[in-house]
Design a protein around this ligand. Structure first.
Ligand code: DGY
Length: 304
């Protein structure tokens, strides 16, 4: 294994890699001098970075399952491998999706705030009435690993689960009309950007609750704020936003949303496994082996 490895973040867990440099300065410069980059979803690995690394860089190992921060087409053109970290974060992200769903359905955050500000003065029959899950339909957009893990958990709550993969916008609208809860688990691609916009929100039931732990730009945030403000849907639970880390003030003012800071996979165990997976991909690439989580297999060629 030879060549410099640059990480964009000073990871707390041991990396078990030789010659690791922590990024200082522009990513483009690091790409020019490194055989491998270990990146986060906040690193924009665009065509200019990849062009700079064309003759040195063998792999960009993203410590995330989503690779929408990387111009994968440009990487492929430059012959640079891109890897991600699937599987290891499936359960953590599915669990957090449920935490959000339950928090919105049962007004958990409002209840906590009420107790803390001394508002729990006596038991009240009508206080913070939420909605039941049993018998309701959970519509899952994106029946991949995480979507299916969310669906499996729904069985324990007695819900009816439906999945929706890629097809026409018309069938999406029919699917939305039939769902009480909608949870998004598809990747962000040009085809899924603003998949949920004003036209889709209007098809949802007024009592519907939308959960997004995938990527912010899949939902048109302005349209969502408007739908929530006007009561066109009942609530939303969001872990991701269109222009992270910016969260619109209008969204923060809404009472029928629960907002989290993109922590879907943030457990001690999963973060460790994500890092380990990225390291495994880097080691494989630098030893001339095929990385197990190669996103652009066209680029793979054994070292001469
Ligand atoms: C991912 O992996 O894509 C998550 O959004 C961050 O862990």
């Amino acid at each position: 294994m030879s060549g410099r490895i640059t990480v964009t973040y000073p990871f707390r867990d041991p990396l078990d890699l030789p010659r690791v440099t922590i990024l200082k300065g522009p990513l483009r410069e690091a790409a020019r001098r490194s055989a491998a980059l270990i990146t986060l979803l906040t690193d924009r690995v665009d065509a200019s970075v990849l062009e700079a690394g064309r003759s040195t860089l063998r792999i960009v190992a993203n410590v995330a399952v989503g690779v929408d921060n990387i111009d994968v087409a440009a990487a492929t053109r430059c012959g640079i491998m891109v890897s991600n970290t699937p599987d290891v974060l499936t359960d953590a992200t599915a669990d957090l999706t449920w935490a959000l769903l339950l928090a919105v359905a049962r007004k958990i955050v409002a209840g906590d705030a009420l107790v803390r500000r001394g508002g729990f003065t006596r038991w009240n029959f009508d206080l913070l009435r939420g909605v039941e899950l049993r018998g309701k339909t959970l519509g899952i957009i994106g029946p991949g690993r995480i979507g299916r893990a969310v669906g499996r958990r729904a069985r324990g709550f007695g819900m009816i689960v439906t999945y929706r993969s890629r097809s026409s916008r018309d069938s999406l609208r029919a699917f939305l009309e039939a769902s009480d809860f909608i949870s998004i688990h598809c990747p962000l691609t040009p085809a899924t950007r603003h998949l949920i916009g004003a036209a889709e929100l209007i098809r949802m039931k007024p009592a519907a609750i939308l959960i997004n732990t995938a990527r912010g730009p899949i939902v048109d945030e302005r349209a969502l704020i408007e739908a929530l403000r006007r009561g066109r849907i009942a609530g939303a639970g969001l872990d991701v936003y269109e222009r992270e880390p910016r969260v619109p003030a209008a969204l923060k003012r809404l009472k029928n949303v629960v907002l989290l800071p993109h922590i879907g996979s943030a457990t001690v165990e999963t973060r460790r496994c994500m890092l380990k997976t990225a390291v495994t991909n880097v080691k494989a690439a630098l030893r001339g082996n095929r990385p197990p989580n190669l996103v652009n297999p066209e680029t793979w060629r054994p070292l001469q």
